[in-house]
Design a protein around this ligand. Sequence first.
Ligand SMILES: Nc1nc2c(ncn2[C@@H]2O[C@H](COP(=O)(O)OP(=O)(O)OP(=O)(O)O)[C@@H](O)[C@H]2O)c(=O)[nH]1
Ligand SMILES: [Zn+2]
Length: 214
Amino acid sequence: MTEIDLDDDAGLSSNGEAGVAARRVFDFARAESAVRELLIACGEDPEREGLRDTPGRVARAYRELFAGLHTDPDSVLAKTFDESHEELVLVTDIPMFSFCEHHLLPFHGVAHVGYIPNEQGRVTGLSKLARLVDLYAKRPQVQERLTSQVADALVRRLEPRGVIVVVEAEHLCMGMRGVRKPGSRTTTSAVRGILRSSASSRSEAISLINGRQR
Ligand SMILES: Nc1nc2c(ncn2[C@@H]2O[C@H](COP(=O)(O)OP(=O)(O)OP(=O)(O)O)[C@@H](O)[C@H]2O)c(=O)[nH]1
Ligand SMILES: [Zn+2]
């Protein structure tokens, strides 16, 4: 997978996506000082023993949790191979952790990702579907965009006959605060190609998703 050079802060993402981070670097010192400021703003003392290392820890955590801003999605699907398989390939229950961009609180759940390869049978490694979910999840997100971005990356790189992505997630910003409805779940889908145009192909995929063992 292509890690974008962390010392290179000049360029934009190469894959042409709208809304991708303008900066390629994670500015560690800036994140650390922002966390320190936030602690002060909340009425805490960042010099007390328990908090002294917290800004650095949080900065390290965010560097990891937002790593998807610094990885080229197309590189995840760079390796493809032809397998003369023209039927549905579906990976269900991919664990997913992301952050809502409104409150920077987690939303988490599972993603189901499926596609019907093209006439050449162009497929990719199953793990790459999970890596793709991870990459888009590790950004400030909204669930709808995460779902579409995974689908569109598959369309771009595999040129498949159809794609379906379903994400089921719980948003902590709806559970811990605000409207306080813990346990409510949101389902989003993005369907492309034949899986969109053919009701029977789509219902096969959806029944496999709905009928899976939980
Ligand atoms: N469509 C969508 N909305 C989201 C997602 N994550 C969080 N939200 C919503 O974003 C909205 C932001 O609403 P605002 O009114 O700007 O913010 P707020 O006053 O904090 O809203 P409340 O959460 O209702 O207290 C809320 O309704 C959230 O539930 C998401 O992935 N997709
Ligand atoms: Zn939110």
